[in-house]
Design a protein around this ligand. Structure first.
Ligand SMILES: [Zn+2]
Ligand SMILES: [Zn+2]
Length: 280
């Protein structure tokens, strides 16, 4: 009996540790790090910053030296997230870097659109042509039925502030956009990372792919602080499908990080962004 109880306690402990851990947790151990330090896992921080566009491949060294390039990358990250750009991994930086987020990089090909002068940002040449104002989408794989409605609602919400219209087509038909759930490495060069970390990603026009991380806990309408809102994340990723980049405005749906239980609608910044991109 006592042994069974012990087994149960161990199991509960493992489940609760699993539920609270995130692939970004290593950053917590780096709090206080600054230029000149050499600490375990600094190279993982470099990999993290490279993944989101802050360090070019040429600046990625396989060591734990907190060098000039890393300091520069941390300062740029801090500016993008409205944190004082000290280059030091302070508590605010740790909190933001460990937050679950969209997998789309903040900086594309070395261009930091988050600091382009406007709050919203977009990739100028990555947009749908005027002849493409009606876009079709389809759900691929074993797409859960419960996730189809929030995605459809998100498409209609973007339609309400633009000249775009959207409609679902059958899986056998050709479509402009595709939505799918994947776990881990799924063959597009941007593997998902288990629970926490990256929640979803999508590709700029006219690629049209939108992927959710199957390992996350998701909710729709029934709010749960340990899960992520399918509608909010759909609004965000559809923003990318239409050509919007990440925003520095924390209330904008295009802000890159999310908290469990958080719900967001399109903000003024998102609407200004899409209208500027398509000259509406
Ligand atoms: Zn994003
Ligand atoms: Zn993917």
């Amino acid at each position: 009996m006592a042994l069974k109880l012990l087994n149960l306690l161990v199991l509960i402990l493992i489940v609760s540790i699993g539920a609270n851990s995130s692939p970004f947790d290593f950053i917590k151990n780096l709090e206080g790090c600054r230029k000149g330090n050499n600490t375990k896992d600094i190279y993982k921080l470099k990999t993290y910053l490279k993944r989101f566009g802050y360090l070019g491949h040429e600046h990625l060294s396989d060591d734990n030296d907190f060098n000039d390039n890393l300091e520069l990358a941390v300062k740029t990250y801090q500016r993008n997230y409205n944190i004082k750009p000290t280059g030091i991994i302070d508590a605010d930086t740790v909190a933001r870097m460990t937050a679950p987020r969209c997998g789309v990089p903040d900086i594309i090909n070395g261009v930091n659109h988050m600091q382009s002068g406007s709050y919203y940002a977009f990739v100028l040449n990555d947009k749908w042509m005027p002849s493409n104002r009606h876009l079709t989408y389809k759900f691929l794989g074993n797409f859960p039925d419960v996730a189809k409605l929030p995605a459809a609602v998100a498409f209609q919400r973007w339609a309400s502030v633009t000249k775009f219209t959207f409609s679902e087509v059958n899986v056998t038909q050709k479509s402009d956009l595709t939505l799918e759930f994947f776990r881990g490495d799924h063959g597009d060069g941007y593997p998902f990372d288990g629970r926490g970390g990256v929640l979803a990603h999508s590709f700029y026009p006219t690629d049209g792919r939108f992927h959710f991380d199957l390992d996350e806990l998701w909710f729709y309408l029934l709010k749960d602080k340990n899960s992520f809102d399918l509608l909010t994340i759909s609004l965000h990723e559809i923003g990318h499908l239409l050509g919007l980049q990440h925003s520095t405005v924390e209330t904008a749906v295009m802000f890159p990080t999310f908290q469990g239980g958080e719900t967001k609608d399109l903000g003024q910044d998102d609407i200004l962004g899409i209208r500027a991109l398509y000259k509406l």
